[in-house]
Write a protein that binds this ligand. Sequence first.
Ligand SMILES: C[S@@+](CC[C@H](N)C(=O)[O-])C[C@H]1O[C@@H](n2cnc3c(N)ncnc32)[C@H](O)[C@@H]1O
Length: 327
Amino acid sequence: MTQSNSTVKIYDFYPSFASFKTEILDGLRKPQKEIHAKFFYDKLGSELFEEITMLDEYYPTRTEIFILEQYKKEIASMVGIDSILIEFGSGSSKKIRILLDELPDLTAYMPIDISKEYLEESTEILAHHFPNLPIVAVCADYTELLHLPDIKHAARQVAFFPGSTIGNFEPLAAQKFLRRVSRTLKKGDGMIIGVDLKKDPSVLHAAYNDAKGITAEFNSNLLRRINRELNADFILDNFRHHAFYNKEFGRIEMHLISLTDQTVRVANENISFTKGETIHTENSYKYSIMEFQDMVRNNGFFPEKVWIDPNNLFGVFYLGVSHNSCV
Ligand SMILES: C[S@@+](CC[C@H](N)C(=O)[O-])C[C@H]1O[C@@H](n2cnc3c(N)ncnc32)[C@H](O)[C@@H]1O
């Protein structure tokens, strides 16, 4: 644990180099090559994601911010005083500020993110804006984190999971994650979660294929990261960004298409590609309100409230902890 100033503590559970190498090689050896979306987020990846959030085509961020702004008083009253807010995949920690403005009596804020340098930077900026707020930042892979650091006692804990990052999980993994989060909470606690809703595929297509090519840059930054960290020799221009809505699975898929037959060296191993073969780099599942509410039931939560924007693009759900059945 490092301590940067009196109100900020940082716990470092950054995943090991060995696990990064194993996961990347395991994914590239599969018949359908794949790389887990969590690996997008080195420092540049986090910065590129932040750029994506400001693009005209990328409606999710501004829509979720609109909802949080619109209903912040009601959401804050559900969080209550003497609570700890725990944010999963906190990124720039910008959205939480909307709630923090309404919660002067919060006991602590705990941002959790895998992107270490970016987490440190965002935490420092947040601490500057909220000098009296105790912040306990945790660098970790939240799918592996079994216990949260023990911090101050508070009346309640509320998880915050914005950005529709839940959509990056396979549905079964999303259920497992929800169960795991609910186990760190107790009855009376809650979770605020942002979910991208099902909609016209053309809107989705534009959001993941922006005209400036920032999403393409974000996607291919994965190869740049692997080149740097695993001594690989991907030629970035030999791969092209490809994103499309898969109606059958209700998800956007992102891939990197090999533009030629080629062999790439990754951590002393040869990985061969035929022309047109892809690396599957991300799924982003879209849910209807009912589908999502059904999913949370029996996974440690019950849907208590949902706020949506006037165009039904995005939903912010408040989930109560149920701790019933299969948890
Ligand atoms: C889609 S971005 C959302 C960022 C921010 N919450 C927002 O709403 O704009 C996903 C965030 O989750 C983090 N992340 C992704 N997978 C993660 C994992 N397995 N463990 C911890 N953080 C993860 C990324 O570093 C990134 O900051």
